[in-house]
Design a protein around this ligand. Structure first.
Ligand code: NAD
Ligand code: GLY
Length: 371
C-alpha cells in the first residue's frame, strides 16, 4: 500500500488534519502525541472493535509515552441513545477529566458520534480525536463534526457540531470489517461521485468490485477522494446552511426506510442510503430532470457490487407509503413544513430543492414499494 497522505479540513482555528494510510493505529501514539496536553487520554471503543484494534492502539500510545484508559461500550446502534450517552458521561467523569483532556473515538460511526457529542459537553468541551474503523466512518462520519445520539423521535436529533482535533483513517483496520458493513460504507463512497463528481463515479464503476474484494490501494484512494470531497464541502458550509445538505443525497428516503425498520440490523444506514440514492435518481427521472440512462447506470453499479437498490430488496419487510411519508415529514431537513430533497440532473449533478410536488413523491413511493 502507498504511504500515508494528509488532508486538511480548513475551518480557521478549528482546522484539523485527516491522515489516511495503512497501519496507522500502530503509529497513532507518535501522530497524536503533539496534540496531547493532559494524561491519561480516554479511549472510547466498542466491544467488537476492542477485540481487533484496541491492543495495537494502546501499545502505540504506550510506546509514545502517553498514558491511556479505556471505556468499552456495547457494539451497535442501540448504544447511541440517552442511556448509552449517560453511561458514557458517567464513565468519563469517573476518570476525573480536565479541560485539557482528550477522548479518542476508536470505532465506527456509532462510537465517533457518541464520543464526539460527549467531548462537546464534558466540562463544556474537551478535545477528541477520531480513529474511524469502518469504511462509512472513514469517508463520512468521522469528518465534519456532526456528533449526536438518537431519540425516540428519530435519529441524530440531539447533538452538536463539534470538530475533532485529528482524524486517523487506518485502511488496514478495514480488513477485519464484515463484508456487509464494508458494502454499507461503499454506498457513502458512491455518494460523492453521484452528488458532484462523475469522473469519480466512473472510477468506481471500474474499481469498485476490486476495492470491496480487498484491495488496500484502491480503498485508500477511495477514502482520500471521499475525504477531499467532504472536507471541501464542510470547509464551505460547516453548519449546513447551504450546500453541505448535498451530502444528504439519498438520506431523506433512506432515513424513512431506516425508521420503518426500527434502525435495526435489518437495514444498515449505508444500505438505506443506497436505496435512497436510487429513489432520488428515480424521482429525478420521473419528473424529467435526469436522463433515464443515468438512473439505470447508477442502479447497475450498486447492484453489481451487491447493494440493495429498492425497498423490496429488504426481505420480510412490509412498507407503507403513509408511514414513509410521515417519517420524511419529521426529518431534520424539513424547512417551514416542506421536505428538502436532494435531486439530480444526472450523475455528478445533484442539487437541493424543497420544490417537489408531493403527488410525485407519492407516485414514486407507490412504485418503489410495489416493485
Ligand atoms: P457502527 O459504528 O455500528 O459499526 C458497524 C459495526 O462494525 C459494529 O458492529 C462495529 O462494532 C463493527 N466494527 C467497526 N469497525 C470494525 C472493524 N474494523 N472490524 C470489525 N468490526 C468493526 O456503524 P457505522 O456504519 O460505522 O456508523 C453508523 C453510524 O454513523 C450511525 O449511527 C449513523 O447515524 C452515523 N453517521 C454519522 C455521520 C456523521 O456525519 N456524524 C454520517 C454518517 C453516519
Ligand atoms: N453525513 C452528512 C454530513 O456530514 O453532513
Amino acid at each position: 500500500m502507498s504511504s500515508m497522505e494528509t488532508l486538511s479540513v480548513a475551518l480557521g482555528e478549528r482546522s484539523y488534519d485527516i491522515i489516511v494510510g495503512g497501519d496507522l493505529i500502530s503509529k497513532a501514539g507518535q501522530l497524536i502525541a503533539p496534540l496531547i496536553a493532559h494524561e491519561p487520554v480516554i479511549i472510547v471503543t466498542d466491544d467488537n472493535v476492542a477485540g481487533y484494534h484496541l491492543g495495537s492502539l494502546q501499545g502505540s500510545l504506550k510506546a509514545a509515552g502517553i498514558a491511556s484508559t479505556v471505556i468499552t461500550l456495547p457494539a451497535g446502534e442501540n448504544t447511541k441513545g440517552y442511556d448509552g450517552f449517560q453511561n458514557l458521561l458517567t464513565e468519563i467523569l469517573d476518570n476525573s477529566p480536565e479541560r485539557r483532556s482528550t477522548l479518542i473515538a476508536l470505532g465506527g460511526g456509532v462510537i465517533g458520534d457518541i464520543t464526539g457529542f460527549a467531548a462537546s459537553v464534558i466540562l463544556r468541551g474537551i478535545d477528541f480525536i477520531q480513529i474511524p474503523t469502518t469504511l462509512l466512518a472513514q469517508v463520512d462520519s468521522s469528518v465534519g463534526g456532526k456528533t449526536g445520539i438518537n431519540t425516540q423521535h428519530g435519529k441524530n436529533l440531539v447533538g452538536s457540531f463539534y470538530q475533532p482535533r485529528l482524524v486517523l483513517a487506518d485502511i488496514g483496520s478495514l480488513n477485519t470489517l464484515p463484508r456487509r458493513e464494508l458494502l454499507a460504507g461503499y454506498a457513502e463512497v458512491t455518494k460523492y461521485g453521484l452528488l458532484g463528481d462523475k469522473v469519480f463515479f466512473e472510477w468506481l464503476e471500474k474499481n469498485g468490485e476490486a476495492l470491496i474484494d480487498g484491495s488496500d490501494t484502491l480503498r485508500q484512494q477511495a477514502v482520500i477522494k471521499s475525504c477531499h470531497a467532504k472536507a471541501a464541502i464542510v470547509g464551505r458550509d460547516e453548519k449546513e446552511t447551504g450546500d453541505r445538505a448535498l451530502l444528504n443525497l439519498g438520506h431523506t428516503f433512506g432515513h424513512a426506510l431506516e425508521a420503518e425498520t426500527g434502525f435495526s440490523a435489518k437495514l444498515l444506514h449505508g444500505e438505506a442510503v443506497a436505496i435512497g440514492m436510487m429513489m432520488a435518481f428515480d424521482l429525478s427521472a420521473q419528473i424529467g430532470l435526469c436522463p433515464i440512462e443515468d438512473t439505470t447506470r447508477v442502479g447497475t453499479h450498486l447492484k453489481a457490487v451487491g447493494l440493495p437498490v429498492q425497498p423490496t430488496d429488504i426481505v420480510d419487510q412490509k412498507w407503507d407509503r403513509v408511514a414513509l411519508l410521515g417519517h420524511m415529514a419529521q426529518d431534520k431537513k424539513v424547512r417551514d413544513g416542506k421536505i428538502t430533497f436532494i435531486l439530480t440532473r444526472g450523475i455528478g449533478e445533484a442539487f437541493i430543492t424543497s420544490d417537489v410536488d408531493i403527488s410525485d413523491v407519492e407516485a414514486l413511493l407507490d412504485k418503489a414499494i410495489a416493485a
